[in-house]
Write a protein that binds this ligand. Sequence first.
Ligand code: IBG
Length: 222
Amino acid sequence: MSGKPRLTYFNGRGRMEPVRWLLAAAGVEFEEIFLETKEQYEKLIKDGVLLFQQVPLVEIDGMKMVQTRAILSYIAGKYNLYGKDLKERAWIDMYVEGITDLMEMILVFPFSPPEAREKNLDSIKEKATNRYFPVFEKVLKQHGQDFLVGNKFSWADVQLTEAILAVEEKIPAVLSGFPQLQAFKIRMSNMPTIKKFLQPGSPRKPPPDEHYVETVLKTFKK
Ligand SMILES: N[C@@H](CCC(=O)N[C@@H](CSCc1ccccc1I)C(=O)NCC(=O)O)C(=O)O
């Protein structure tokens, strides 16, 4: 047992990518087990390691954690990325949940039927531009600080950085009206642990492709 957290999920972003980002931002190395077949998934269920028969699964500190939000909260608390008090934690929770709503649209996009892809992409652009990114542009402008909460690096900063890069992959000019977010992205991308995670060869996963979608669908096919 290496003592490192062990992540079990597909070899792709999905619901595990925010966990990879947060561990990497905290400077924590981890191991990965990739789910590739239905048989593998069924064995995990048979062995009773998936509380609700779902992945992500993160084995950490002797626990077999499931439920992405619970996993992320535990990691944020463990590595002091969850604010200095209850109110800062509440703001981090609000920001993270809002960003998660945006990221859910990106998560399901590769599974869209061809005829819905253009509409779904327009919806991602509309929500990012008019609902989510304006909130963080205003927070950074009003606080005049480097980070979203308590002027200290937190889970919220990590999640927003991941979201900005993910949306830019689909809509390259999405930050054109958000100068604060442009500067924030550069600052975060230059933080040593995040800079390392953005380098080739890191555990960061590429955008989902057809093979990833097919693997997920065939693994869960009843
Ligand atoms: N609330 C859980 C949801 C986990 C979840 O939906 N896991 C999926 C894999 S992510 C896959 C997924 C699911 C929806 C959209 C995109 C993607 I990628 C699963 O195990 N499904 C099997 C089942 O529920 O029987 C969490 O946040 O961890």
